[in-house]
Structure formats: structure tokens, C-alpha cells
Write a protein of this length. Structure first.
Length: 211
């Protein structure tokens, strides 16, 4: 169960979230991430409840959690670590087939691959950036931070993800990377200031704990 919370944008009509009646978006102070809460049922969950209009939820998150926040500079980076962002598309055989976007993911791996290749094409054509797409299309909770996973070292991530990330040059985007969590596109961040779309403090979200 998520930890003590606050209500962001309490004046925002809950109907705009796309959640079923009785559900609302709340914010976990310990995880520094939003979650879903039903007051009458005293039930909380990280994934949206069944019956959620995912398109309305994505629009609500993008509109109500927007701010320009400057992340830490290189001076705070530990030696041997890199910073990366990613876009994750899960499928029904992922080790945890649910996300903040969908309570139950039923797409096949082939369908997930097709979706991710479409995202990759948009990124490489310059039509969008990985961070912009991750905001609404990634099945990782790091979507709230434009896919930013913060700094991590070797041994912190799943092996396939780590190997691909460390091979990238700053600013470079990987091809499709498969892990037990699903299919990823990874962008290694340059050691510079980064603007996040969502108003959350930077914390270290690792694939082992959040996907």
C-alpha cells in the first residue's frame, strides 16, 4: 500500500482523471509518485483501477503535473555512474504485466514490438523526443519524469538494460532492448542540466524495484 499522501490539485474535478467513480489521484511522499485511492473502499494502488479511461488519465497527468524543474548537475554524480532515460512498452508476458497506464496489459510481445518500433521511428525522424513520448506512452512510473531514471552504476539495473545503456554515448538512443520487464528504448543523458515535465523531486527509480 502506498505511504502517507497529499492531494495534488485538489480543486481539479476528479472526473477529468478518467478514473472510475470514487477513485482519485493522490501523491506518495515516500516514493514521490502519484497513486490511485478510493476513499469509500479505503483502497490504494499504484496501477489504475479497472474501468479507467487511459486517454483521459494520460491527459490529466500531463496537464496537472507540469512544471520546469532543473535536475542536479554533474557535480553531484558519483564516479562510474551514468544517467539515462527510457521508454518501456510492456506485454502480457512481462514479469509484471500492469502499469500506471493499464491495470492489466494483454498485448502480445509482437504487438509491443510494433508499438515501440513506431516510437523509435518518430524519435529518429525528429518528430518527437524519447522524453516527450515517455511522458504518455511509457509503462514505467518514470514516465512522470520524461523517462528519467537518474544516475545508476553497474549492477543497479537488469543486465540487458545495463549493457545497452553503458554502450551508448551521451545523447544516443538505443535500438529495442528486451528485458524481463518488457521492451525498452534507452537514451543516455549528457552530463548537463535537464528539464523535466513533471513536478517531482529527483529520486532514484531502478528497474529492479519500480517495473
Amino acid at each position: 500500500m502506498p505511504s502517507p499522501h497529499i492531494r495534488p490539485n485538489a480543486n481539479q474535478p476528479q472526473a477529468d482523471t478518467g478514473l472510475p467513480s470514487g477513485w482519485e489521484v493522490r501523491h506518495s511522499n515516500s516514493k514521490n509518485l502519484p497513486y490511485y485511492f478510493n476513499e469509500s473502499q479505503k483502497q490504494s494502488r499504484w496501477e489504475p483501477p479497472v474501468g479507467t479511461d487511459t486517454e483521459k488519465l494520460k491527459a490529466y497527468m500531463a496537464t496537472n503535473h507540469s512544471a520546469n524543474v532543473i535536475a542536479p548537475s554533474r557535480d553531484n554524480v558519483n564516479e562510474g555512474k551514468i544517467r539515462a532515460a527510457h521508454l518501456l512498452v510492456k506485454h502480457k508476458d512481462s514479469r509484471r504485466p500492469s502499469s500506471w497506464r493499464e491495470s492489466e496489459i494483454t498485448r502480445t510481445k509482437d504487438d509491443a514490438m510494433s508499438i515501440l518500433l513506431g516510437h523509435e521511428q518518430r524519435i529518429r525522424s525528429g518528430a518527437s523526443t524519447l522524453g516527450e513520448l515517455a511522458t504518455t506512452e511509457s509503462d514505467c512510473s518514470s514516465a512522470r519524469k520524461m523517462g528519467d531514471l537518474g544516475f545508476f552504476g553497474k549492477g543497479d539495473m537488469q543486465k540487458e538494460f545495463e549493457e545497452a545503456a553503458f554502450q551508448l554515448k551521451p545523447g544516443e538512443v538505443s535500438g529495442v532492448v528486451e528485458t524481463a520487464s518488457g521492451l525498452h528504448l534507452i537514451e543516455r543523458q549528457a552530463y548537463s542540466f535537464l528539464t523535466w515535465k513533471f513536478d517531482y523531486r529527483p529520486d532514484q527509480i531502478t528497474l529492479s524495484s519500480r517495473l
